[in-house]
Design a protein around this ligand. Structure first.
Ligand SMILES: N=c1c2ncn([C@@H]3O[C@H](COP(=O)(O)OP(=O)(O)OP(=O)(O)O)[C@@H](O)[C@H]3O)c2ncn1[C@@H]1O[C@H](COP(=O)(O)O)[C@@H](O)[C@H]1O
Ligand SMILES: [Mg+2]
Ligand SMILES: [Zn+2]
Length: 150
């Protein structure tokens, strides 16, 4: 099936940056970065990539779909864990080479496969010449071993 958006190639800068047509720019691997935030808190909860198919499925179903580079497969987030991300708004940036998904997450409301609300659950800080990570979320919202059985 045809994607409900045109490729960016051969479009003018004004059409891309100030127009009203979605003209996503995929990189040489056919991927576009997706930043994901929680609709209520505004926190960044995930960063992943989409290909044309996952972007189309996300627009059609209003549930986040990605392309997993490590698993080399289309990934409907939450298919195993139940933590489906309902997409409330999907934005693109000025030059349309990144997307921003504002989501409400189902189930345990954890977006990370480690059970945390956000994948960004640790902060880096320089201490005595060493950069240490400190946990910004107290504990995971689910037990990954139980949920993913691996
Ligand atoms: N559920 C997740 C998941 N949730 C969030 N993330 C984050 O999503 C990002 C992209 O995922 P991947 O690592 O698969 O893809 P990638 O970053 O393109 O590939 P690499 O460069 O890391 O190899 C990573 O930064 C992860 O931290 C997850 N990454 C992988 N999973 C796996 O997805 C499978 C299905 O989980 P559910 O979708 O929750 O059912 C399980 O096997 C999980 O382990
Ligand atoms: Mg990764
Ligand atoms: Zn994560």
């Amino acid at each position: 099936m045809c994607a409900p958006f045109d490729p960016q190639a051969d479009k003018s800068k004004d059409e891309i940056e100030l127009g009203t047509h979605f003209l996503p720019k995929f990189d040489s691997d056919g991927l576009i970065p997706a930043i994901v935030t929680d609709i209520d808190s505004g926190d960044v909860v995930m960063f992943a990539f989409m290909n044309e198919k996952s972007l189309r499925l996300t627009l059609e179903t209003k549930e986040a779909h990605y392309w997993s580079r490590s698993r080399q497969e289309l990934w409907h987030k939450g298919a195993t864990s139940g933590n489906v991300q309902d997409v409330i708004e999907l934005r693109t940036d000025c030059d349309q080479d990144a997307v921003w998904l504002k989501v409400r997450t189902r189930g345990a409301t954890a977006n990370c496969h480690q059970g945390f609300k956000s994948c960004f659950y640790r902060a880096a800080e320089l201490q005595d010449g060493q950069t240490n990570l400190s946990f910004k979320e107290e504990s995971p919202l689910f037990d990954p071993k139980e949920v993913y059985k691996k």
